[in-house]
Design a protein around this ligand. Structure first.
Ligand SMILES: *Cc1c(COP(=O)(O)O)cnc(C)c1O
Length: 295
């Protein structure tokens, strides 16, 4: 349901930081992000349990990953997206054979509609809060050739982080984990400070993919247990990191991923691995416009 992605040393980032920096290139998953791991595993489990249809409410990388998984498994997929979802992303999801429906202006509206559709016969695929998803994301750690001293990853709802912590625990590793958010999407940072899940009411800024108002309980629990270090970066830092990554490695990623690359600047370690989480619908024009407009 996903591919084994390359893990390469980044000469430019190693020079920048003064220690070896490795990149796990989840942007090379065919569906454009690590979401393919978790959504693929969850979709397979749902179909094995008898689901006749998969329903997703994500207008982002998770929706595309569900569409990809459904096509691979031969089950129909409906993706309900809010009206602010870009035409490019809708076209990519539709190109996987999924039925794309627009409902409401924000994700909560689309999600409410997806719940209704799923009740009429379908499995609702949550974007980050399910054990099958964490299990799928944890396969990233199984693929690492050696134990990194530090691991840098961005956090939205916390599905990826929860899965990576599961994977690290399974390998018996004691890697220091840095979890990066933008200031406008810092739901894990706030939850770790308060030691309970905090609803931050809304989200701000450019890293929409990191915009969960609250992190999954499981992510917070594991983060506190592990002693995860939460970090925050500005939108500008995230965008500049995307631009640098394009120059250095000739690949486009979205600001949610640029956040992890920017967070690396706050890490001191003998070596570090950055999860290049991806971004399925970034164009060169998007990058140019973010650079021109983001402060
Ligand atoms: C979904 C996503 C994230 C955040 O993942 P969570 O599991 O919600 O924390 C980060 N980056 C990209 C590119 C994503 O698609």
């Amino acid at each position: 349901m996903h591919i084994v992605t390359p893990c390469i040393e980044s000469t430019p980032l190693s020079h920048r930081r003064g220690f070896p920096v490795w990149l796990k290139l989840e942007n090379t998953q065919p569906a454009g992000s690590f979401k393919q791991r978790g959504m693929g595993a969850a979709a397979r489990a749902a179909v094995e349990a008898g689901a006749q249809r998969l329903v997703s409410s994500s207008g982002g990388n998770a929706g595309l990953a569900v569409a990809w998984a459904g096509r691979t498994l031969g089950v129909p997929v409906t993706v309900v997206v809010p009206s602010r979802t870009s035409e490019g992303m809708k076209a990519r999801i539709a190109a996987q054979g999924a039925d794309v429906q627009v409902h409401g202006e924000v994700w909560d509206d689309a999600h409410a509609r997806a719940i209704q559709l799923a009740e009429r016969g379908g499995a609702l695929m949550h974007p980050f809060d399910h054990p099958d998803i964490w299990e799928g994301h944890s396969t990233l750690i199984d693929e690492l050739p050696h134990e990194p001293k530090a691991l840098v990853v961005s956090v939205g709802g916390g599905g990826l982080l929860a899965g990576l912590l599961m994977g690290l625990q399974r390998r018996g590793w004691s890697t220091r984990v840095y979890a990066v958010e933008t200031f406008g999407t810092d739901s894990l940072f706030r939850a770790m400070e308060a030691r309970r899940v905090v609803d931050r009411g809304g989200i701000d800024g450019i890293a929409l993919t990191l915009g969960a108002r609250a992190v999954a309980q499981e992510c917070l629990r594991r983060s506190l247990d592990w002693g995860v270090q939460p970090l925050r970066v500005s939108d500008r830092q995230a965008v500049e990191a995307c631009a640098r990554f394009a120059d250095d490695h000739r690949m486009l990623v979205e600001p949610a991923c640029g956040a992890a690359l920017a967070g690396l600047d706050q890490v001191q370690a003998e070596d570090a691995l950055v999860v290049v989480c991806g971004g399925a619908s970034v164009t060169p024009a998007d990058l140019a416009s973010w650079l021109a407009t983001t402060r």
